[in-house]
Design a protein. Structure first.
Length: 457
């Protein structure tokens, strides 16, 4: 590969000030890192005129701006990039720490230097803290003096919901900005710009339509992944020989990322066809077909969170009480996907798919709630029986609320024989368990419970 095609621009300034430390063989994703907010791909909801980030960069010294900013979003959506753009745009000193390797001592060192810089030179500091969710409470607490006194503008990045991973004092002092996965159009524009930009491939490589569509699919809304795949594909095109400009075709793009193109359109009919096939294969207990459709969607760049949501629904709709643990597995998988992202999320989703596909099946809960909804919509269901009404407020007992109520824990077998449903629905049975899996035992127990409920004096 020639130095021209893969060289970086050493004239770029580093956000910390001074010459760039980048190698002439810096990765394409590094060379294409935006220098201004206008170059940022996607996230327009955060970058419009008057938006908080733009005010922070363009609003002078920023003393009236936020003391800290929490950037929450999946990998590759621009969290690190935005921190660099803020530092470059404001001219402030830039410090970067990773919660994976930094400790309280590192935090205090940065804060002390920031305080000194502010007091002696009136120069503010941007502290970018990556993966803040990995910091302990004590480590996060160490940031508070610097944030409160505005020694630093803290820009912290996380892939987890900050409400559960960031301490309340820091959360309350921060502007929370949620970053969305890049759209296909965002990624397409980024790839096209990278082929022509002098910092990128400088017009020495072009993408045909099929190759471009393939790289967009594989990106999964991740700019870094898209640019890494483009760089690899450019190398394959150059190695094929000939003079520039080289054209990347679909075969080159496939070979570069070692993944076959999938006949799957995320925005079209095949998207819904494959999603439907996955759910129906789970319902039909064909574990192998289910894994195939899962793999097919993942390889096509489908959002793993979409798949996780579908599995949660399937766990209740198709497995239900035949295996109550299926829902636990599906919910745990959905949470894990949020925590770890791709590519490891495929393993978690596969476990959930195997569990659901091999579980006994019942849609009794699904049919039960729909039957109850149908009755409500038809106007059935009279007043709540008086003995079940709230009797805790003053005067409730005088009008008969709670009178005659039987406390279930005092009754034999823990089942109080009294009417619970409104008069016009008394005796209506919505839930009819099957003989599959755990519902066989549930059905026998429910038969005894219903008999006790109807044994009224």
């Amino acid at each position: 590969m020639t130095a021209d095609l893969f060289s970086g621009d050493d004239s770029d300034e580093d956000p910390r000030g001074g010459a760039s430390p980048r190698s002439v063989r810096a990765p394409l994703a590094v060379r294409m890192r935006p220098r201004t907010l206008d170059e940022v791909a996607g996230q327009q909801h955060l970058l419009t005129p008057g938006a908080p980030l733009r005010r922070l960069v363009e609003g002078g010294d920023g003393r009236a701006g936020p003391a800290s900013v929490l950037l929450w979003g999946p990998p590759g959506t621009g969290k690190t990039t935005l921190a660099h753009v803020v530092a470059r745009g404001t001219g402030w000193r830039f410090e970067e720490l990773s919660a994976v390797t930094a400790g309280v001592k590192d935090v205090r060192r940065v804060l002390d230097a920031a305080k000194t810089g502010r007091d002696l030179h009136d120069r503010r500091t941007v502290l970018f803290l990556d993966e803040i969710h990995r910091f302990t409470k004590a480590q996060q607490d160490a940031l508070l003096p610097g944030v409160e006194e505005r020694w630093v503008v803290l820009i912290a990045a996380t892939t987890e919901n900050p409400s559960f991973s960031v301490v309340s004092p820091l959360l309350s002092r921060s502007l929370l900005l949620r970053l969305a996965p890049l759209t296909d159009d965002d990624v397409r524009a980024l790839l096209q710009r990278a082929t022509t930009d002098e910092r990128g491939l400088a017009g020495q490589v072009s993408l045909d339509d099929a190759a471009l569509a393939h790289l967009v699919r594989l990106s999964g809304g991740d700019a870094r992944r898209a640019l890494t795949a483009l760089e690899a594909a450019a190398g394959v095109a150059q190695d094929a020989g000939g003079e520039p400009p080289w054209t990347i075709d679909l075969a080159m793009a496939e070979r570069a990322v070692d993944i076959a193109a999938v006949r799957y359109d995320r925005g079209g009919d095949q998207h819904y066809d494959v999603a439907s096939a996955l759910i129906k294969s789970l319902r039909g207990s064909d574990v192998d077909a289910s894994l195939h459709y899962l793999a097919r969607m993942l390889e096509a760049g489908e959002d793993p969170r979409f798949l996780a949501r579908r599995l949660v629904i399937s766990a209740s709709e198709d497995v239900g009480m035949a295996d109550p643990t299926a829902l636990q597995t599906a919910v745990a998988a959905a949470q894990a996907v949020q925590l770890i992202g791709m590519p490891e999320a495929r393993i978690v989703l596969a476990q959930a798919v195997v569990h659901l596909a091999t579980s006994p099946k019942s849609n009794a809960a699904y049919l039960g709630v729909d039957a109850a909804v149908a009755d409500v919509r038809a106007g059935r269901g009279g007043p709540v029986p008086a003995h079940l009404r709230d009797a805790h407020y003053a005067g409730a007992q005088k009008i008969g609320h709670g009178k005659g109520y039987l406390y279930a824990h005092d009754a034999p077998h823990g089942v109080a024989s009294q009417q619970y449903a409104p008069d016009d629905l008394d005796g209506r049975e919505y839930y009819r368990p099957t003989e599959h899996g755990a519902e066989r035992e549930i059905g026998a127990r429910l038969q005894r419970i219903r008999a006790l409920l109807r044994r009224r004096s």
